[in-house]
Design a binder for this molecule. Structure first.
Ligand SMILES: [Zn+2]
Length: 393
């Protein structure tokens, strides 16, 4: 498996959702608009953004037409979201990215897509808990092939390479299972994630048929095990690492003719920074055992360790090199990004390196940062890639 070219440029996944996207969710979501907090202290201001309280207008839900429209084939809200996603794609194309995503604007959070895929979840009733959903019934497929449908839209609306992200079974088990609420459906987290695997594998099979170019599995929770302060969720560190990696391999079993990737990071709380610290050394052997083609890894933050760790990865693994921090307001110059990539070039050949931010710009709908800031970062990332191409290709 190869990159489309040396220094291929992409986003990790998400763009911040502007008000029109949030308005569509506010008037349409089966689950209430997300009110999760990021790890640590709840930031009420940003929660209010989701509720719409910061707005100086009142969105008339009837304007979206849902309540007055018996014709579900012409769901205007779906049309609104399609139009909004076209805008997200267009921004990436104008910035010059080689790979585009839908900005994850069809999801409230990167993990929430599981509520579109499966029955069995309710809105998380626990106070102060972060993740919005909880499993209370044995899960069953709700809309098989919905990710392929999203992929088809992307493919039909861009001539660039396309990417869709899917959360890993391990992280869904870690976040959406709670003994007080889930035990009747699943006595253990592991039983829950065992049931997730075939549903996710089916979605991946359908994604392959859609013609998507890249399937990215989001797996931050396993990656933060590189921090000694991180308590393993399932057992001990080795058990957690083995479980997480095995489940990704099961999830992608039989998935061929498409590039598979895994994203990891130390969590993204925007201006409150990251939550876990350390280089990749403690998990590098685990990474070698995961059968994806590419790793999207963060390197722009000072606690991410040395980029020299990349020499430990097998030569057939492609790298999505995190070369700008989505949490920071600072827009790195093209020269800054070139220097970061050149450090990695000491260990990895140009044809294995893609350029991307460390993480999605907005893992959930509550993450509110200016789209213009993201756009400016991506433009400089693309300029850096062009400088590198002329120097090294
Ligand atoms: Zn991330």
């Amino acid at each position: 498996m190869k990159l489309s070219k040396s220094f291929e440029t992409s986003m990790v996944g998400s763009f911040p959702r502007p008000h029109p996207v949030r308005d569509v969710f506010a008037s349409n979501a089966e689950i209430d608009p997300i009110q999760i907090s990021t790890p640590g202290k709840v930031n009420e201001t940003s929660v209010n953004f989701v509720k719409g309280i910061d707005k100086d207008y009142e969105f008339d839900q009837k304007r979206s037409g849902k309540k007055d429209s018996p014709d579900t084939n012409k769901d205007p809200q779906l049309n609104y979201m399609d139009g909004l996603v076209k805008y997200a794609v267009l921004l990436q194309e104008i910035a010059g990215l080689d790979v585009v995503t839908d900005g994850e604007w069809r999801r409230q959070a990167y993990t929430h897509v599981i509520n579109d895929l499966c029955n069995g979840f309710i809105q998380d009733p626990r106070p102060g808990i972060r993740f919005g959903l909880i499993v209370t019934e044995p899960i069953s497929a709700k809309q098989p092939g919905i990710l392929a449908k999203d992929a088809n839209f992307l493919i039909n609306n861009s001539d660039r390479l396309t990417k869709i992200s899917v959360p890993s079974p391990y992280i869904l088990g870690a976040r959406l299972w709670d003994p007080d609420y889930s035990i009747k459906a699943y006595p253990t987290r592991e039983k829950f994630i065992d049931d997730l695997v075939p549903i996710l594998n089916y979605e991946l099979q359908e994604l392959v048929k859609s013609g998507i170019d890249i399937i990215q599995i989001d797996e931050p929770d396993m990656a933060v095990l590189l921090d000694p302060a991180k308590e393993p969720i399932y057992g001990d560190r080795e058990y957690d690492l083995r479980l997480g990696s095995n489940k990704i391999n099961e999830m992608i079993h039989g998935i061929k003719k498409v590039r598979t990737a895994m994203h990891m990071c130390r969590w993204n709380s925007l201006n409150r920074g990251w939550h876990w610290e350390g280089g990749y050394e403690p998990i590098i052997d685990t990474l070698k055992s995961i059968n994806v083609n590419q790793f999207f890894m963060e390197f722009s933050i000072p606690v991410a360790g040395s980029v020299s760790i990349l020499k430990e990865l097998p030569e057939d693994k492609l790298i999505g090199l995190g070369c700008l921090d989505p949490r920071s307001e600072t827009i790195p110059s093209s020269g800054d990004i070139v220097r970061r990539v050149e450090e990695a070039l000491k260990y990895v050949s140009p044809d294995r390196i893609g350029l991307n931010p460390d993480c999605g710009f907005a893992p959930d709908i509550r993450h509110n940062i200016p789209l213009d800031e993201c756009y400016a970062k991506l433009v400089n990332q693309v300029n850096a890639a062009r400088i590198l191409e002329s120097k090294y290709s």
